[in-house]
Design a protein around this ligand. Structure first.
Ligand code: ELE
Length: 213
């Protein structure tokens, strides 16, 4: 297996939603993580879209008990290594480039690569992957699309991300090939900037209570 599924699946299955975090201000990282965990969401994806991201991962890893902090937006081997060195327990990429997949081969820290087509999913199966991100989920075809992949591709489970919200998450979560969903809706930029951690805990609690229909 090129993907450490034994380590990845318990992280993804701990709660129905993986918050996707775009953290601009380093000082918000620890209280944000604590607010999400207080609401029941423990696997947190900090995207490498901001300069503060790696420091945020280090801080959450060091200071927030119960957090499984991962890194998102991993585009190349350099970012993969930096995110691992910062203490990420899982890594997420929007797609599955051959270079990144080769680099991730055998890594104890699991990679959740993105796919949007059956062909991309088959390539991952050939590489020994058992879980993938379905991205961008809503734009690529939504729940009906990923549902259609369940029967021909029984070896893969997915974490749909992109356009997922409280409104549509349960539709994905009711499908047999969905392990969790990802989304930024649980950490709105305005609430983070205002330090409204109670509002974020409330959103997390609502998300953590989601179940399949
Ligand atoms: O940064 C990455 O690695 C991504 O692949 C993109 C994110 O997963 C989506 O942008 C989240 O989508 P929303 O929940 O609709 O905001």
């Amino acid at each position: 297996m090129t993907q450490n599924l034994d380590r990845l699946l318990p992280i993804l299955k701990a709660a129905p939603v993986v918050p996707v975090l775009i953290i601009e201000d380093f000082h918000t990282a620890v209280p944000l993580a604590r607010a999400l965990i207080a609401g029941g969401l423990t696997a947190l994806e900090v995207t490498l879209r901001t300069p503060a991201a790696l420091d945020c991962i280090r801080a959450i890893k060091g200071e927030v008990e119960g957090a499984n902090v991962g890194a998102g937006t991993i585009l190349n081997p350099k970012q993969f290594d930096e995110a691992v060195a910062a203490g990420s327990t899982f890594l997420v990429s929007p797609g599955a480039s051959p270079k990144l997949i080769a680099h991730a081969n055998g890594s104890p820290v699991p990679l959740l690569p993105g796919v949007a087509t059956a062909g991309e999913a088959m390539t991952l199966l050939e590489e020994g992957y058992g879980a993938a991100k379905f991205f961008p989920a809503e734009q690529a075809g939504g729940a009906n699309y990923i549902k259609a992949l369940a029967s021909p591709l029984p070896g893969l489970v997915f974490c749909p991300t992109g356009g997922v919200s409280l409104k549509n998450a349960h539709t994905y979560l009711s499908l047999p090939n969905i392990v969790c969903v990802g989304g930024s809706w649980v950490a709105p930029a305005a609430a983070v900037a205002a330090g409204d951690w109670a509002a974020i805990t409330a959103l997390a609690r609502e998300a953590a209570a989601l179940k399949g229909v």
